[in-house]
Design a binder for this molecule. Structure first.
Ligand code: UD1
Ligand code: UDP
Length: 378
C-alpha cells in the first residue's frame, strides 16, 4: 500500500496566489497526495491576499504563519521559525515553493535542513542584478531545490551554467497562464473596465512597486512627472501597491498624481478585475514580474521600468520592452503611433503547466518505486 505524498504548498504574497491556485486545484484531484496550504502572511491586506483566495477558488489556508511586514531578515527569519515548527509538528514529504519572494527562500531553507525534498516552481530565472532581493532569493532557492521546474529555456540554461544536474530540472511552462485560462470567462465578464469608465483600447494600466522605483523621492518624483505627461495623451488607471502608496504619501506626491487630468488612482485590485483591465488596455506600464508575462501571453505592449528582467523571453518573443523612466513618454508615443510590439506566446505557456507539474511529481515518485515519500528526489 503506497503512502500518500504530503505536499506543503507555500504562498506569501500577491504574486504567489495565482501560481499556487492551479497547482492546488490539480493536486487536489490526485489520490496519491494530500496538500497542506501554508500562507506565511507576508501580504495581509484584504485586497493583497483574501481577494485572491476568493477569486481563485482557494480555501482558507491550513496554516497561517502571520509574519506580516518587516525587514528582509525579520520576514525571512519569522517564516523560518513558523515553518520549521509546522514541519516538526507535521512533516511534509515535499515542500513546494513558487516564485522569488522571501518565503520562497525561507521555506526552502527550513525544508532542506530538515531533509525534506524541495521543489521550486519558476526556477532558473535570473536578472543578473543582485541589488534585487528577489535575485538573492532565486539563487539560494535554486541551490537548495531538489526539483526545479522552469518556465522557459533560459531558465534551463541558467541552471545548467550554475552546475545544476539536468536530472533535477523539468521545463513545465508558465503557471501564471494556467490561472489566466482557468479564470478567463470570469475575467472577460468582470465589467471592471466599464465600472472605471474606460474605453476598450483607450487607456493604459500602471503598476509599480519595485524599491528601485518607489522607495526614494527622486526616482518616484520623476516617475510621477512622466506619468502625468503620459496621462495627457492616454488615460491611466493605476492600482497602487501599498508600498508605493505609502511612499507617494510620504514624499508629498500623492495629491499631485491623484489630481492630474487623465489619472485614476485606485486600490490594488483582485486578480479577476485587474486582468479585465489588462486585457482591454492599449498598453501597460509596470515593474512587476508577473505582469510582464501576462502581457506577453495576451500580446499587449508592455513598458517595463527596469534595467534588467529575469524574464528575457518576454523581450525576445513577447511584447515587453525595458525602458528608463525618462523614456516613458516617447515609448508611449511610439506605441500610440502603431509601433507597439505584440510578439508571440512562448512555448509551453499554454494553461497546462499544473498538469505537467503533477505528471513530473508522479514520474519522480514512480521512478524510485519506493513507498517512502523521502525517496521522491533523484
Ligand atoms: C513583495 C516581494 C516582491 C513582490 C511583491 C509583490 C519580497 C522580498 N518582496 O514586495 O518580490 O514583487 O511582494 O507585490 O518578498 N504592505 C501593506 N499591506 C500588505 C502588504 C504590504 O500595507 O498586505 C506594505 C507594508 O508597509 C510593507 C510594504 O507594503 O512594509 C512592503 O511589503 P513587503 O511584503 O515587504 O514587500 P513588497 O514590496 O510587497
Ligand atoms: N495583480 C492584481 N492586482 C493588482 C496588481 C497586480 O491582481 O492590482 C496581479 C497581476 O495580474 C499578476 C500579479 O498580481 O498576476 C503580479 O504581482 P505583483 O506585480 O505584485 O508581483 P511580481 O510579479 O512583481 O512579483
Amino acid at each position: 500500500m503506497m503512502q500518500r505524498l504530503r505536499i506543503d504548498l507555500i504562498a506569501a504574497a500577491r504574486p504567489n496566489f495565482m501560481k499556487i491556485a492551479p497547482l492546488f486545484h490539480a493536486l487536489r484531484r490526485e489520490s496519491w497526495c494530500s496538500v497542506r496550504l501554508v500562507h506565511t502572511g507576508q501580504h495581509y491586506d484584504k485586497n493583497m491576499s483574501d481577494a485572491f483566495f476568493s477569486d481563485l477558488g482557494l480555501p482558507a489556508p491550513d496554516l497561517h504563519l502571520g509574519v506580516g511586514s518587516g525587514s528582509h531578515a525579520e520576514q525571512t527569519a519569522n517564516v523560518m521559525l513558523g515553518y520549521e515548527a509546522a514541519c516538526v509538528a507535521e512533516r511534509p514529504g515535499l515542500t513546494l515553493v513558487v516564485g522569488d519572494v522571501n518565503a520562497t527562500v525561507a521555506c526552502a531553507l527550513v525544508a532542506a535542513k530538515l531533509h525534506i525534498p524541495v521543489a521550486h516552481l519558476e526556477a532558473g530565472l535570473r536578472s543578473g542584478d543582485r541589488d534585487m532581493p528577489e535575485e538573492i532569493n532565486r539563487l539560494v532557492t535554486d541551490t537548495l531545490a531538489d526539483i526545479l521546474w522552469t518556465p522557459s529555456p533560459d531558465g534551463d540554461a541558467n541552471l545548467a551554467a550554475e552546475g545544476v544536474s539536468p536530472k533535477k530540472i523539468t521545463r513545465v511552462g508558465n503557471i501564471m497562464i494556467d490561472s489566466y485560462e482557468l479564470m478567463r470567462e470570469r475575467i472577460e465578464a468582470s465589467g471592471e473596465r466599464q465600472r472605471l469608465g474606460l474605453e476598450r483600447g483607450g487607456y493604459a494600466v500602471v503598476t509599480l512597486h519595485r524599491p528601485s522605483n518607489v522607495d526614494a523621492a527622486g526616482p518616484l518624483g520623476e516617475l510621477v512627472r512622466q506619468l502625468i505627461a503620459v496621462a495627457a495623451r492616454l488615460p491611466l488607471v493605476f492600482p497602487v501597491h501599498p508600498r508605493t502608496r505609502k511612499n507617494l504619501e510620504a514624499f508629498g506626491l500623492w495629491t499631485t498624481l491623484a489630481q492630474a487630468p487623465g489619472v485614476q488612482l485606485v486600490e490594488p485590485l483582485g486578480y479577476v478585475d485587474f486582468m479585465n483591465l489588462v486585457c482591454d488596455a492599449r498598453l501597460i506600464v509596470t515593474d512587476s514580474g508577473g505582469v510582464q508575462e501576462e502581457t506577453t501571453y495576451l500580446g499587449i505592449p508592455c513598458l517595463t521600468l527596469r534595467t534588467t528582467t529575469e524574464r528575457p523571453i518576454t523581450l525576445t518573443e513577447g511584447s515587453n520592452q525595458l525602458i528608463a523612466t525618462a523614456e516613458l513618454v516617447p515609448a508611449v508615443e511610439n506605441i500610440l503611433s502603431g509601433n507597439g510590439v505584440h510578439g508571440r506566446r512562448p512555448e509551453l505557456w499554454d494553461g497546462h503547466t499544473a498538469a505537467r507539474v503533477v505528471a513530473d511529481i508522479r514520474r519522480r515518485w514512480n521512478l524510485v518505486a519506493a513507498e517512502a515519500v523521502e525517496a521522491v528526489v533523484p
